[in-house]
Write a protein that binds this ligand. Structure first.
Ligand SMILES: C[S@@+](CC[C@H](N)C(=O)[O-])C[C@H]1O[C@@H](n2cnc3c(N)ncnc32)[C@H](O)[C@@H]1O
Length: 316
């Protein structure tokens, strides 16, 4: 392998981490009514490895799904791994998770490939953990084809220009079940990053802990319409104005002042508590993931704050 290929291989391997069943269950539980009679497509999921496939196969009848489809990617030009396939399941034996109709794919199973886009067009809801390195493109494709989705991403992708725009326009939002901390994912034994949160269980399976994980979705759920209960009152000392922008700074989401009607800068994790009936999102002070020099980059006493969302209370 040449240098470039080695680099690509190691970069690609970093995308190889697998979502655990309880994390999937905790989130999907909130969307049961959306799944009935629907075609579900997991397009980054090798049925032999993916707990998304496993979860929907095992619960196929119970959830009343119409059809489950998975496709997965092979790094054919790097690892020369050969062919990939589509697996489709329409019921019959929920317990044997390899039961399904297998069709060999002509292309490499890339979610952007023609074959996979054709499947996407015929599916109702896409549910998976896509490669973090292609998150922006991945979401753009779902939006382009107007699909419903529940996917895993990183909280920092809120600061991608394109993702932020969708959030601001209320076209996508964060999911229900992950709002803090980190989550454990299973990784192949030769996973390149031996980070602090690395764990090997009794059976020799390897895991990593990933920070900032969030679900992203455009399926509605009731919790996101509940008001955040506010208890603090506005005062100039606790909520200073930025040096370089006409808005007050709020360091902690739950301390948003209940009696302030102007524009406020809040941490991006405000979105974990965001009810679109209570607040409106006006902007962001920087696109961290795109261009670190973009935007206002709010300052207090000449010191830059962390990234801030600009919000305003909605009029009653
Ligand atoms: C974060 S992993 C998650 C795997 C699986 N969805 C899960 O949650 O267990 C992302 C997966 O996307 C796959 N992948 C990478 N590039 C892809 C592409 N262009 N099209 C489809 N899948 C891709 C990787 O092989 C990897 O298995």
């Amino acid at each position: 392998m040449g240098n470039l290929n080695l680099h690509l291989a190691s970069k690609a391997k970093k995308d190889e981490f697998y979502t655990q069943l309880p994390d999937i269950e905790r989130e999907i539980n909130h969307y049961k009514e959306h799944l009935k009679g629907k075609v579900i497509f997991c397009n980054c999921d090798d049925p032999e490895l993916s707990n998304f496939w496993k979860y929907f196969h095992l619960n196929f009848e119970k959830l009343g799904i119409k059809k489950l489809i998975s496709t997965h990617f092979v790094y054919e030009d790097i690892f020369k791994q050969g062919e990939t396939y589509k697996l489709e399941y329409e019921g019959g034996n929920d317990n044997d998770i390899m039961v399904g109709v297998k069709t060999i794919l002509i292309e490499n199973g890339d979610f952007r490939s023609k074959e996979c886009v054709e499947i996407l067009k015929k599916s109702d809801i896409v549910i998976t953990n896509p490669p973090f390195s292609l998150f922006r493109e991945y979401v753009e494709q779902l939006v382009e084809y107007k699909r419903k989705f529940v996917i895993i991403g990183n909280v920092n992708s809120i600061t991608y220009k394109e993702i932020f725009k969708l959030i601001k326009e209320n076209k996508i939002w964060l999911g229900v079940s992950i709002h803090s901390g980190d989550r454990e994912f299973k990784v192949p034994k030769d996973y390149p990053l031996k980070a602090a949160g690395y764990r090997i269980d009794n059976e020799g399976n390897h895991y990593i802990r990933v920070k900032g994980v969030r679900w992203f979705t455009n399926l509605d759920y009731k919790e996101r319409h509940e008001n955040l209960i506010l208890y603090k009152k506005y005062n100039k000392k606790d909520y200073p104005k930025y040096d370089n922008y006409k808005a007050i700074n709020v360091d902690v989401t739950k301390e948003i002042p209940m009696d302030y009607d102007g524009v406020m800068g809040v941490p991006i994790t405000f979105l974990d508590k965001y009810n679109p009936q209570q607040f409106e999102i006006i902007g962001i002070d920087r696109y961290v993931e795109d261009n670190p020099n973009y935007g206002h980059r709010f300052k207090l006493n000449n010191k830059e704050t962390y990234a801030r969302l600009l919000i305003k209370k909605k009029e009653k």
